[in-house]
Design a protein around this ligand. Structure first.
Ligand code: SAM
Length: 233
């Protein structure tokens, strides 16, 4: 998969060279390219923002650098399928595990990180000429910029690309994969500071362990995230 990220703070993404996603890049499974939006400006100050029409507080990201950036990056995939262009936004659809699964199947994603009061609305219309446009929110709160949201999305999507996580089994029994939260996990020692691992996990009875874990999933979800069970009969 190819992922292009456009930001005015490209160094935010240094962390994506670490761990599993770093390895996926060195083995060629993931082609992650980070770009500075200011490289598509043409004035001395490399300006990316201006005052909002209609007045109001804050600045708005200018359309011109975004237009040039998206034209170039979408054209880079010439011959391939149209890219999916994602703008993180608190006013977008909420990102879920199902969104990550859907996007992990795409060949080319482009992320555009907003700052200030956001990006001139016409950029989204123009981007729709180049690919599928999605405005996606990390949750119902406001961040200073799209970078943290994009890092979270790239990590959630990237770990679902085949070959990124060594043991694909470990992707199946995760929170949100089956609509429930994951069961509690324990490792050695079996007693730590007088706290014991639940004895069932030491029993070797795989059927009983699976049943216990399922119960724990349901109980934990009911307690912490009853909204996830709301669709239940
Ligand atoms: N004025 C915008 C609004 O009220 O919808 C918020 C702008 S916010 C300060 C600047 C940028 O941060 C946004 O353009 C977006 O890229 C990013 N951002 C903020 N909150 C976000 C969230 N919950 N999810 C995804 N991106 C977010």
């Amino acid at each position: 998969m190819r992922i292009d990220v456009v930001s005015i703070f490209p160094s935010y993404f240094d962390g994506l060279t670490l761990s599993l996603l770093g390895k996926a890049q060195s083995t060629g499974i993931l082609d992650l390219r980070i770009h500075d939006l200011r490289d598509w400006t043409h004035d001395r100050h490399r300006t990316v923002d201006d005052t909002p029409y209609g007045g109001g507080a804050g600045m708005v990201m200018k359309p011109e650098p975004w237009g040039l950036a998206l034209d170039q990056l979408a054209a880079g995939a010439d011959g391939g399928p149209r890219p999916t262009i994602i703008f993180p936004s608190p006013a977008g659809e909420v990102f879920h595990q199902s969104t990550a699964r859907e996007l992990a199947d795409r060949e080319h994603l482009i992320f555009g990180c907003g700052r200030y009061e956001g990006i001139d609305e016409r950029v989204f219309e123009e981007a729709a000429e180049l690919g599928e446009v999605r405005l996606i929110s990390l949750g119902d709160y406001v961040l200073n910029g799209g970078e943290v949201a994009v890092m979270a999305m790239v990590e959630a999507i990237g770990r679902l690309i085949p070959g990124v996580v060594g043991n694909p089994e470990s992707l199946v029994e995760e929170s949100h994969e089956d609509g429930l939260l994951e069961y509690p996990s324990y490792t050695k020692p079996s007693v730590w500071r007088d706290r014991e691992v639940p004895p069932i996990l030491l029993s070797g009875n795989h059927g009983a362990i699976a049943a216990w874990r399922r119960e724990q999933q349901v109980e934990r979800t009911r307690r912490r995230r009853p909204d996830l069970l709301a669709g239940e009969d």
